[in-house]
Design a protein around this ligand. Structure first.
Ligand SMILES: Nc1ncnc2c1ncn2[C@@H]1O[C@H](COP(=O)(O)OP(=O)(O)OP(=O)(O)O)[C@@H](O)[C@H]1O
Length: 262
């Protein structure tokens, strides 16, 4: 089997007596979309928090391209190539779309304070370059969004905010993007546009992979290569959506929680 891009082994985190993530093994290949589904409170967001270094696992490992990154601080994990969005929007409402994306670039400019003071022209040129790149990233997500690139992020409807967050995630040149419920609050048309944006980004970036927590079965059915199901912190299934949804243990997990339908 070829080396996984991202791999967790026996990943576990306990909060007091609660095991929120329990022995999870996940493999994400290059250029793959894997959806994580499961009932409310199953441990999906916590799994993201452990992978991205917000929490240290109680047990188990996380590896990126075969390199162990378990327990590394969040900024190191982001610099290594794993970036994410959150369930709640983290955009700066008072900044333009372009500036929100520029903020997502790790090394926005090479210019230090001294150079900025002594050679303001150079600093300006670097900022212009960053803004142009941010514009390109926004366009790669959506030409409509690009038309509004100088508007304030606070004026955007929910669906566009989600897409702008993906553009910002792309700004750090990641290897893996983790999306936490990207289609929440979207209607079918917005969800279709979101899926088109993700496909278009993948077509432009060889090797880029997505790990997506999602409740919307419309997206889960159509977008990912594979689906992993989490229940009570454990991975209970992993494979093709049509096969996974037929499994009695998956149906039982959803019926048991009376939330969503697989
Ligand atoms: N910092 C924490 N301290 C204590 N318990 C926590 C903490 N973070 C998460 N939990 C618990 O871990 C469990 C899993 O929560 P998590 O938010 O990961 O579920 P989820 O699958 O993402 O749910 P949803 O689909 O509703 O977003 C829940 O019981 C939650 O209360």
């Amino acid at each position: 089997m070829s080396e996984a891009l991202l791999e967790t082994r026996d990943l576990t985190i306990r909060f007091g007596g609660l095991t929120a993530v329990d022995g999870v093994d996940l493999r994400l290949a290059r250029s793959e979309i894997l959806c994580i589904i499961g009932p409310n409170g199953a441990g999906k967001s916590t799994l993201f928090n452990v992978i991205t270094g917000i929490y240290r696992p109680s047990k188990g490992t996380v590896a990126l391209e075969g390199r162990d990154i378990t327990g590394s601080p969040a900024h190191r994990i982001a610099a290594a190539g794993i970036t994410r969005t959150f369930q709640s929007s983290r955009l700066f409402n008072d900044l333009t779309l372009v500036d929100n994306v520029v903020i997502g670039m790790h090394c926005r400019t090479r210019t230090g304070v001294l150079t900025a003071l002594l050679r303001p022209g150079k600093a300006r040129a670097e900022l212009d370059e960053a803004a142009e790149r941010a514009g390109d990233l926004i366009r790669s997500i959506s030409p409509d969004l690009y038309e509004r690139r100088h508007a304030l992020a606070g004026t955007l409807p929910q669906a566009d905010r989600r897409r702008l967050e993906i553009a910002r995630a792309l700004a750090s040149d990641p290897k893996v993007i983790l999306l936490d419920e990207p289609s929440s609050g979207m209607d079918d048309r917005d969800t279709d546009a979101l899926m088109a944006s993700i496909r278009s980004v993948m077509a432009r970036r060889a090797g880029l992979s997505f790990l997506i927590i999602e409740h919307d079965m419309r997206l889960v059915r159509a977008l990912p290569d594979r689906v992993a199901v989490i229940d009570y912190g454990r991975k209970i299934a992993d494979g093709d959506f049509q096969e996974v949804r037929q499994l009695p243990r998956v149906q039982q997990a959803y019926l048991g929680h009376k939330a969503g339908h697989a």
